[in-house]
Write a protein of this length. Structure first.
Length: 256
């Protein structure tokens, strides 16, 4: 969702500012490390929360992406906080950091491959993120590569922030104002990181809530035309139909 993309773009530009400070000799105040650690943890928690929300929409792609990326940011932020508040020894672990970035590189390569059924904007974000992790694995080997890493971080920030803006505005106005450049002509989702899981189509939460709420206390559908038309435009899977039927039958038994 747009919240996840906003948090993602925020973390990318903050990390890039942190890297510039290290390369340019305290270009940003040294106290920025304290603030940056808190933002990293909060941003990661925010992305993880978004992932849980995406699961309810059956958005398997968004849920997986924000779970893994959000969890990594939380771990990084917590490590920095502990280093600064509990006097943990700060050590350089170039090999460990390289292994971490290589893992995330492989992860994002898989996600990039899945973008073929989504949109070119998401492809640009994930493709740039692949380069970002690749350069992260090479940190410390060359100052030139680290400055290139800064440039890629800035480009990634603009891609991600546009993704947040496009999804937020398009969903509020329920039409395409900022294009995400879908790859398939029949794609109707306004999201940037939307791809449904197996067996069930992607569903907006509003429609899902209206569908569930359209059954009255007698087990019949509500006659409200607006709710009915909104709910009927999204078909239920067989598993959801069985679940709703069982819910209505149990409720009728209790009411008798």
């Amino acid at each position: 969702g747009p919240t996840g993309m906003a948090a993602f773009s925020m973390l990318i530009i903050f990390e890039t500012a942190h890297r510039v400070s290290r390369l340019a000799g305290n270009w940003v105040e040294p106290e920025w490390d304290d603030t940056w650690a808190c933002y990293a943890f909060f941003g990661g928690f925010l992305e993880l929360s978004v992932a849980m929300w995406e699961i309810t929409r059956n958005n398997i792609y968004g849920a997986t992406f924000f779970t893994v990326i959000g969890g990594s940011w939380m771990a990084r932020g917590l490590t920095m906080i502990l280093q600064q508040t509990d006097n943990m020894v700060k050590v350089d672990t170039p090999v460990g950091d390289a292994i971490t970035n290589i893992f995330y590189l492989f992860f994002t390569l898989v996600m990039f491959n899945l973008n073929r059924k989504m949109n070119k904007l998401s492809m640009g974000i994930i493709g740039t993120l692949c380069v970002f992790f690749f350069l992260g694995a090479l940190d410390g080997t060359s100052t030139v590569l680290e400055w290139i890493h800064v440039g890629v971080g800035i480009i990634l920030f603009f891609f991600a922030f546009y993704g947040f803006m496009a999804q937020m505005v398009n969903e509020v106005y329920q039409r395409v104002i900022f294009p995400t450049f879908p790859i398939r002509k029949d794609q109707t989702s306004l999201g940037v990181n939307d791809a449904a899981g197996l067996g069930v189509q992607l569903r907006p939460n509003v429609a899902r809530l209206r569908t569930i709420g359209s059954f009255d206390s007698k087990g019949s559908k509500d006659d409200d035309s607006d709710s009915s038309s909104s709910a009927s435009s999204f078909s239920l899977s067989p598993r959801q139909e069985v679940s709703h039927r069982s819910f209505r039958e149990n409720r009728d038994v209790k009411s008798q």
